[in-house]
Design a protein around this ligand. Structure first.
Ligand SMILES: Cc1cc2nc3c(=O)[nH]c(=O)nc-3n(C[C@H](O)[C@H](O)[C@H](O)COP(=O)(O)O)c2cc1C
Length: 187
């Protein structure tokens, strides 16, 4: 699959099928997510992976806000995307750690398309609770939760969410976000 195709195919479903994902597949995808660029090659990203039926899955699920719990329960895998906020070489703050984590998750979401695996990232979770539950290092910040799996049937969702379930999300036109000369002047 070409990258362009993966970009066009990707969207964030809320209905997942109960098809499990092999541990080795997850490891391969995450290894490749770890190939993203990062400031000073710090690779600040970390992932906590919970496969359905495990204690880790339940712990991640328990950190989600109830809106997300309502649909994420169908996902065969839940993850926490975590980044470390200081450089390992000198313990100075790394202001780019979340930027780098985001690139890594971007790689993950596109590479997953080749396996027909979809991600749904979530800000709606309790990062402090996640930190506590997983005894994270002081410098670790839980930035996002991620539900991951194959596409499911939207009939699993409540009526509101069923209506929103769509591969097409509106996007801003280029002139709204690509500038030249001065801020707001379209390229
Ligand atoms: C950082 C981040 C946080 C998000 N948080 C949530 C969330 O808590 N709950 C949810 O249902 N969707 C969440 N989303 C999904 C977005 O709403 C979705 O990506 C956006 O509407 C664009 O749709 P698309 O991914 O299908 O293209 C989040 C996405 C990102 C990247």
């Amino acid at each position: 699959m070409k990258v362009k195709e993966a970009i066009e195919k990707r969207w964030s479903p809320r209905a997942f099928s109960n098809q499990m994902i092999e541990k080795q597949t997850l490891k391969n995808l995450l290894q490749e997510a770890g190939s993203a660029a990062s400031c000073f090659n710090e690779q600040p990203w970390h992932f906590i992976v919970g496969v359905k039926g495990t204690e880790t899955y339940q712990k991640i699920y328990d950190t989600l806000v109830s809106f997300n719990q309502d649909w994420a329960k169908t996902a065969p895998v839940l993850m926490l995307a975590v980044s470390v906020n200081e450089f390992s070489k000198n313990a100075k703050p790394n202001p780019h750690h979340r930027y780098d984590l985001g690139q890594s998750v971007g790689f993950l979401s596109l590479r997953a398309m080749e396996e027909n695996i979809y991600l749904h990232q979530m800000a709606g979770f309790d990062a402090d609770l996640a930190k506590e539950k997983f005894k994270m290092a002081d410098q670790a910040e839980a930035v996002a939760a991620i539900a991951l799996g194959h596409l499911g049937d939207s009939n699993q969702l409540n009526d509101d969410l069923k209506e929103q379930e769509s591969p097409e999300s509106p996007r801003k036109p280029l002139e709204d976000f690509v500038f030249e000369g001065e801020w707001g002047k379209a390229f």
